[in-house]
Design a binder for this molecule. Structure first.
Ligand SMILES: Nc1nc2c(ncn2[C@@H]2O[C@H](COP(=O)(O)OP(=O)(O)O)[C@@H](O)[C@H]2O)c(=O)[nH]1
Ligand SMILES: [Mg+2]
Length: 424
């Protein structure tokens, strides 16, 4: 399914999509722009783009027959090798177009999977993408293989014998794929258990997780907050593996932050299913930082796509702090408009480190509630008294006959330390 890059290979592509009558042409165009970026990241060259207005999707060919005929003409004229659809087309549509028109077809899902394959760094990511690929291939096997065997046996006149051999091969492939899917699922389950154990060990820590549309600036922000160097690229899906680090910019040492894979419109279901372990981090977080690229004109759409995926992976119960990023690209007026609209959000530039302290403070405030406690501590607790001088703000201190009376301001999470001596 995945085509390797070779120097002489023709990777010129025509992008095609449908605009249904109830849909906005602008949305369709934005989506096609994004497909063009994806196609570029996957190393194909967009030569032409084409939109057909229709009432509904054509069952057999996705677009109309006459329309695809005209696309084929353009492809021949401009030496274009691939027709790429901005949607996941059905296995039979895929097979029908390739067979009846004799052109090579790809769809958005395949392009996204190619990018994931290219960017997978760890064995976990490689297993996850392989699983998604196998699941994508399984329902398409019959059509494509039959087509393949038809071709090598000289079309439909190839005879029963050739067809029989073909069928046998298909069954073999199918069994092999099912077996591999089971093996990989098994391995990924084990990884999930391992991760849960690690997460348990981090239980006393607050877990903050970065989520957001691909290219929003999550990894750049992650690097700022943790003073580290995760991969940052102006590419869609540069990061696939989640990375956990202490939030070193915080004055508290009980925060960890996770950088994750980005989301995108029409994210293939097979991928969401396969990246279960990676996305589990999101589900288990105590706080999500939803990073939004405020310099994108359609950032509202991107936000709602992210919310859709959060819903899908059952992470919609985790509290969210909205972080508008790339404000260095906004004019002062635009910043004011945005901050008036989103009163509780934080506005940063991860790249120029603008407002990062403010964000850290917001994260801390979300968890750490500092409370004044009146205490009466017996003199024998010298160690505790010394410790309180270190970890709290001592506002009053008085030596009484029964002990030391203290008024301290302390992180409420450390209340168990002084619980016994609280005195009202
Ligand atoms: N202008 C500007 N660019 C940024 C900012 N933050 C990130 N970027 C750029 O946006 C692109 C994607 O960043 P990255 O952190 O990889 O995004 P991710 O896909 O969400 O992890 C890179 O080219 C970054 O340099 C920012 O605050 N301002
Ligand atoms: Mg990233």
């Amino acid at each position: 399914m995945l085509h390797e890059t070779t120097i002489q290979e023709n990777r010129r592509a025509l992008l095609a999509t449908v605009c249904l009558s109830n849909k906005d042409i602008e949305l369709t165009n934005n989506s096609l722009n994004e497909l063009e970026r994806l196609v570029d990241t996957a190393n194909y060259e967009t030569v032409e783009r084409s939109i057909q207005n229709r009432k509904s999707i054509d069952k057999r060919y996705y677009l109309g027959k006459g329309f695809i005929d005209s696309l084929k003409e353009t492809m021949i004229e401009k030496n274009i090798e691939y027709l790429i659809f901005d949607d996941e087309i059905t296995p039979s549509q895929h097979a029908n177009i390739e067979k009846d028109f004799g052109i090579k077809v790809l769809d958005r899902t395949q392009i996204i999977m190619m990018i994931f394959t290219k960017h997978a760094q760890t064995s976990e990511a490689r297993l996850q993408i392989r699983l998604a690929e196998l699941k994508y291939r399984l329902p398409r096997l019959k059509q494509n293989s039959a087509d393949f065997f038809d071709r090598i046996s000289g079309g439909s006149a190839g005879g029963v014998a050739a067809r029989g051999a073909g069928e046998m091969q298909i069954n073999l492939d199918r069994t092999a794929i099912r077996k591999e899917i089971a093996q990989i699922s098994d391995k990924l389950d084990k990884i999930l258990v391992q991760k849960q154990t690690q997460a348990k060990q981090r239980e006393k820590l607050y877990r903050v997780c970065l989520v957001g549309y691909t290219n929003a600036g999550k990894s750049t922000l992650f690097n700022q907050l943790t003073e580290s160097k995760a991969l940052v690229e102006d590419k869609l899906f540069a990061t696939l593996d989640s990375t956990v680090r202490p939030l070193s910019l915080s004055k508290y040492n009980n925060f960890v932050i996770t950088d994750t894979v980005g989301f995108i419109a029409k994210l293939p279901h097979t991928l969401v299913a396969s990246f279960r372990a990676t996305l589990k981090e999101t589900q288990d977080a105590d706080l999500l930082l939803h990073v939004v690229d405020a310099s994108q004109t359609d950032f509202l759409n991107q936000m709602s796509e992210v919310n859709t995926v959060l819903n899908e992976i059952e992470a919609d119960n985790v509290p969210v702090l909205l972080v508008f990023n790339k404000i260095d690209n906004l004019s002062p007026e635009e910043r004011v408009v945005l901050s008036n609209k989103h009163k509780n959000a934080v506005f940063v530039s991860a790249k120029t480190a603008l407002n990062i302290e403010n964000l850290v403070k917001k994260i801390e405030d979300f968890f750490v509630l500092e409370i004044d406690y009146q205490l009466l501590i017996p003199y024998k607790e010298q160690k505790l008294i010394a410790q309180l001088h270190d970890i709290s703000e001592v506002k009053e201190l008085e030596h009484l006959e029964t002990g030391v009376r203290m008024l301290v301001k302390l992180d409420s999470n450390r209340k168990d330390l002084i619980e016994r001596y609280i005195h009202n």
